[in-house]
Write a protein that binds this ligand. Sequence first.
Ligand code: ZN
Length: 138
Amino acid sequence: MSRIDFPCDACKYLRRRCIKWCIFALYFCNKVGNTDFEVIHKVFGSKNAFNLLSHLLVKDRNEAIATMIYEAQARIQDPTYGCVSEILILQQHEFVDYYANLQHVQNQIPPETNHIPELDLSIAGDIDELGPVVFGRH
Ligand SMILES: [Zn+2]
């Protein structure tokens, strides 16, 4: 049975004819379901997704689809920050770990030889506090 008889889920969602070399067919087959393409279409638009995929090597397209789905889902959940909110949270956790390690090292150094100034960095407890710092808005 040809693909023309059974369009891929992206073409089904877009209500268009699925051509033989449809760029979406390998990634949005009927096994996956069309919900993934739906979020990509809502956030990026199908034409932008097509353009992005068409400029990539075939070997990289699967990862690109996976990251577009991830980014689109994050953007739907958090329209302001999208997946950047998760990156900021990870950076915040990383900062807390580095700060704890620095304090541990500082505690190992005798006070008379410890010339490292005490850090007094407050850690933002909310993504809204980190956003302006990261993006330069004040
Ligand atoms: Zn198709």
